[in-house]
Design a binder for this molecule. Structure first.
Ligand code: PGA
Length: 264
């Protein structure tokens, strides 16, 4: 695992956006196959998406041959509800880039058969060639996608029940009323994320410090599902100073040294 630490979220987001752009360009240079990208919602990726949008508008990168799959969606929230992840992704990314509409995949939390929807999603990911890169956030409780504590580290896309903690955290988008936050969601599993050839996780702000500590320095445990990244060959966590503040000084020094050595 690598940990990239930047002064603030703006710098961390620039790092992540340029990294993703480089990976897309690198694949385009060697293959006509689409770049298969996993995407997340939440406050955390907004600055990364803004930089990707800037790069598309400046002609520095194109999403024409990118196929994306979002990691989760609430159950029962109308697709066009302002807090649906469908709305979020269009507002903060898809409406501003050149990714073809047919390449965009978001779980349908209103599907008549939710289990069939989840199974079809896994099949579509496999049919697209599997993820080249999965971009994720991290919950205060260490969740990756909506894989709450005690989710199987071998899980795949399925219906999940949100913890009260997550509904309270997300109630800031629902008039601060946790009862308005859907109790269930469709979510890719931990194994769906770690099945990606590469995983990049963003974590900004002091509220993420414990989850980052648990993910990087704690045991691999379903108590902190993002800790499954420790078993991945190409996992990176991008933090700001605040989110990295729970790491030991020696860990921070090690990750900085690795980054410096790779730049040489
Ligand atoms: P946030 O959510 O980006 O809004 O902090 C992250 C998450 O819950 O995974």
């Amino acid at each position: 695992m690598k940990v990239i630490i930047r002064k603030n979220s703006a710098e961390g987001s620039l790092w992540a956006a340029h990294y993703i752009a480089d990976r897309i360009k690198e694949k385009a240079a060697r293959s006509a196959d689409p770049f298969v990208l996993g995407l997340c919602t939440g406050s955390t990726p907004i600055e990364t998406y803004a930089e990707l949008i800037r790069m598309v508008k400046a002609g520095e990168i194109s999403f024409k041959n990118v196929v994306s799959f979002n990691m989760d969606e609430y159950v029962g929230l109308p697709k066009t509800h302002p807090e649906s992840y469908w709305s979020f992704m269009h507002k903060y990314l898809f409406d501003h880039i050149d990714e073809p509409a047919e390449n965009i995949h978001i779980l349908n939390g209103n599907a008549p058969d939710l289990n069939a929807e989840c199974e079809a999603y896994e099949k579509a990911i496999a049919a697209a060639g599997g993820f080249d890169l999965f971009l994720g956030g991290i919950g205060e409780d260490g969740h990756i996608a909506f894989n709450e504590p005690f989710s199987s580290l071998n899980s795949h896309t399925r219906v999940v029940t949100l913890t009260e903690d997550t509904r309270i955290v997300n109630s800031r988008f629902f008039n601060n009323d946790m009862n308005q936050v859907p109790a269930q969601a469709l979510s890719v599993g931990v194994a769906t994320v770690t099945g990606a050839r590469e995983v990049v996780i963003l974590a900004f702000g002091p509220k993420k410090a414990k989850a980052v500590h648990d993910a990087v320095e704690g045991p691999v445990s379903h108590m902190c599902t993002v800790s499954a990244l420790q078993l991945h060959e190409f996992g990176t966590i991008v933090c700001d100073d605040a989110a990295a503040s729970g790491l030991q000084e020696s860990s921070r020094a090690y990750f900085a040294a690795v980054e410096a050595a790779e730049k040489r």
